[in-house]
Design a protein around this ligand. Structure first.
Ligand code: PLP
Length: 447
């Protein structure tokens, strides 16, 4: 019997003693990662991968950003942790920086450990501030896996753990390629927006605390909304005194070519939820930033929120360095520039391949949607496909990995979400690999 490789040893140890998320444990096939730099990482056997998902769409600065790593080292030498009742310089500096880079009068932050906790706390804050209970969210959305956040989520990850928290009301999404209203974007009456007002009326506007939606929908399909979508949501919320909460966990920190997804449409939400790109994966951290009015509300009222690791000192220092890295390296401008090249590349793939039904992109946030037939739009694997229903889609990730590309592949979607530091050469290299792998899916499609 041949000796086990270093990768095999690590994977076996992980598989025996640790759970892997969202999977039947016996079927997981992780890579064993030991090192990373910029847009690449290496497995324990020395194989290099181009990271086309920024890990979990969070390593926006690129891996091991030198400034962030240095800040973590420096802070770790001085003070790793102070309890949340104490003030620290990194915490204050990060709060100030976030007030500067977020739009409008978003001004005061409650720090969490990640996105889901930030969503849960945003729901609590919205209920406390308005005195109302209901939260409107969308079906094709993901907001995290704690009980509050998974309840707010629309995508099927919520189904096995339902019932969730009460008071969640869901509406449809701006998924123009498969519009539930049977419309086309160019000629529709924006039923995806107008029906939300109908739902609000039926649910009782004075019972609705917030409309909570992703800046641009992420892993539920990358839906770039029509240009009037966000401004009209803002108007609707103002009309009924409902808070507008933007979950920018995935679409924030330059991902869409602007600081935050909503900046593409110049809309200022009342509450913004942040995580992922806040520390670009170097250490865990999330945040909820609120408007001046909400901040003022709690000046004289009790704030019933708390976490042992809220505003963790090491994470706050990493956050400061990360935000400065976006500014100093021009990463958001690069995302916009590379986003144009990515868009052209994706359109070319759609033109060339029988199995590419749709491509959706904004900045470096994109997806390739695969179909059996461009005319009928029948998906190459069904929505919420079980492993045995994936068909040829099950071959895609192994084929990409074999060629040295790591990407996020789900159902009939291949996501392209690389670090914002990516170069044109790296982007072209990755797209060429996808081009090659699409030959496999084309075999199952009719042109
Ligand atoms: C839009 C959105 N919100 C919230 C979350 C939850 O974040 P976390 O996994 O850090 O809890 C995610 C995670 O993917 C997300 O994409």
């Amino acid at each position: 019997m041949s000796a086990k490789s270093e990768s095999q040893k690590i994977i076996e140890l992980n598989r025996r003693h640790t759970f892997f998320s969202w999977s039947v444990q016996s079927t997981v096939a992780p890579l064993a990662v030991v090192e990373a730099k910029g847009c690449y990482f290496w497995d324990a056997d020395g194989k290099r991968y181009l990271d086309f998902s920024s890990q979990l769409m969070n390593v926006n600065t690129g891996h091991q950003h030198p400034k962030v790593v240095a800040a973590i080292k420096e802070q770790a030498e001085k003070l790793c942790y102070a309890y949340p009742g104490l003030a620290t310089r990194p915490r204050g500096e990060l709060g100030k920086l976030l007030a500067e880079v977020t739009p409008g009068d978003l001004t005061k932050t409650f720090f969490t450990l990640g996105g889901a906790e930030a969503v849960g706390n945003a729901i609590k804050l919205s209920r406390l501030y308005t005195g109302r209970q209901k939260i409107v969210t969308r079906y094709r959305s993901y907001h995290g896996a704690t009980y509050g956040a998974i309840s707010a989520t629309g995508d099927p990850r919520r189904l096995p753990v339902e019932p969730g928290i009460p008071g969640i009301v869901r509406v449809f999404d701006p998924y123009c390629y498969r519009c539930v209203f049977g419309q086309e974007r160019a000629t529709c009456s924006r039923e995806c927006i107008t029906h939300i007002e109908e739902v609000i009326k039926f649910e009782g506007p004075d019972r609705i605390a917030a409309v909570l939606v992703e800046g641009v929908t992420g892993t539920s399909g990358i839906f770039v909304p029509p240009d009037d979508y966000w401004p009209r949501l803002r108007e609707m919320c103002d009309k009924y005194s409902i808070l507008l909460v933007a979950d920018e966990v995935m679409s924030g920190f330059g991902r869409t070519g602007e600081w935050f997804g909503v900046d593409n449409w110049h809309v200022v939400p009342d509450v913004m939820i942040l995580a992922k790109g806040l520390t670009a994966g170097h250490v865990p951290m999330g945040a909820v930033i609120v408007s001046q009015a909400i901040a003022d509300h709690f000046e004289e009222r009790y704030l019933p929120l708390g976490l042992t690791y809220s505003a963790h000192t090491l994470a706050a220092a990493a956050g400061v360095a990360t935000v400065e890295a976006y500014q100093e390296d021009g990463l958001i401008e690069n995302a916009k520039r590379m986003g144009r090249i990515l868009g052209e590349g994706l359109e070319a793939l759609k033109e060339k391949h029988a199995s590419v039904g749709d491509v959706r992109y904004i900045g470096l946030f994109s997806v390739i949607e695969l179909v059996k037939d461009k005319a009928t739009k029948e998906p190459l694997a069904p929505w919420n496909a079980k492993p045995e229903e994936l068909g040829v889609m099950a071959e895609v990730l192994p084929a990409l990995r074999k060629r040295g590309l790591s990407a996020f592949v789900k159902w009939n979607w291949i996501f392209v979400i690389p670090p914002l530091s990516i170069t044109e050469k790296e982007l072209t290299e990755g797209l060429a690999i996808i081009d090659e792998v699409l030959e496999i899916t084309d075999r199952e499609a009719h042109s």
